[in-house]
Design a protein around this ligand. Structure first.
Ligand code: LHQ
Length: 255
């Protein structure tokens, strides 16, 4: 239900159920988690792009799987969605959500769990949970207020109204918007740029910033010192300083 392709330092994970707007199934949850684990292990991967096949990015849980019967909501989340979301954080490489179309429900949450969001002009965001009498899950209640602030987060979650790409850019929900025609090329070009940067430092930036959300200043300063020791011992740090002194462009290798 997903495609996984690595080239020139970038792993592209494509959600691939286009006729169902790439809605999540148990299989897809598992495949995404495994793809992220594989990307983390593979030293050739220095940036990950998550995108959707066809018109949509992802429409959240496949409602065909939950309609009618009794659903064990807690079990659903604990066993399928929560481990997947945690894997986004455990992956110490930059993850870009290339939001090609609508991102709804848990599909929006997954975009929020990525580190950077790039949107096509045709992208939109729907915090669809409330529309079916549910609560934002898959980290939506964690990431949304942290990305757009509590005021906007409550509005989006309580109304379940669609947010356009332009509005998403205005409120800081996405980092960039590109024309639909060139979107995939722009997203891959952005990813290639990130993949050429010092990957270990970027992994440490990711870990330290997310940790910083949970800590006070003193704890954060301590963690920064710890992270800097790790970053300072990388070849890429040496290369960065050497290149600066030699007045040339650095050649980072991710080591
Ligand atoms: C879909 C879906 C979909 C199946 C569009 N499933 N087919 C966790 C724990 C346990 C249980 C519940 O869930 C969760 C986490 C969650 O994610 S809850 C939230 C689940 N997602 C939603 O409620 C979103 C439902 N979809 C929509 O609101 C709209 O379809 C959006 C806004 C995504 C797109 O709207 P439109 O652009 O107007 O497209 P459409 O509604 O016509 O949908 C296109 C097709 O995709 C259509 O199929 P069809 O065969 O008629 O062409 C939809 O049935 C199908 N589809 N979402 N989640």
């Amino acid at each position: 239900t997903i495609l996984y392709e690595v080239s020139e330092g970038v792993a592209v994970v494509t959600l691939n159920r286009p006729d169902k707007f790439n809605a999540f199934t148990e299989k897809m949850n598992k495949e995404i988690t495994d793809a992220l684990k594989q990307a983390q292990k593979d030293a050739d991967v220095r940036c990950i792009v998550l995108t959707g096949a066809g018109r949509a990015f992802n429409a959240g849980q496949d409602l065909g799987d939950v309609a009618g019967g009794e659903v064990d909501f807690g079990g659903f989340l604990r066993e399928r969605y929560n481990p997947m979301i945690l894997q986004f954080q455990k992956t110490e490489k930059p993850i870009i959500a290339a939001v090609n179309g609508v991102a709804a429900g848990a599909g929006m949450s997954v975009a929020l769990a990525c580190d950077i969001r790039l949107a096509s002009e045709k992208a939109s965001f729907v915090n669809a949970f409330v529309n079916i009498g549910l609560v934002p899950d898959s980290g939506g209640c964690y990431f949304l207020p942290r990305i757009v602030g509590m005021g906007k987060a409550l509005e989006l979650a309580m109304t379940g109204e669609k947010v356009s790409a332009a509005e998403a850019l205005r409120i800081g929900l996405v980092n960039q918007v590109y024309p639909a025609e060139s979107f995939q090329e722009e997203a891959v070009a952005y990813a290639r740029k990130l993949a050429a940067l010092p990957t270990r430092a970027i992994g440490l930036i990711k870990r330290t910033m997310y940790k910083g959300l949970e800590m006070n200043l003193e704890e954060t300063l301590k963690y920064e010192a710890f992270a800097q020791e790790a970053a300072g011992s990388t070849e890429d740090h040496k290369e960065g300083v050497t290149a600066f002194m030699e007045k040339r462009a650095p050649r980072f290798t991710g080591r």
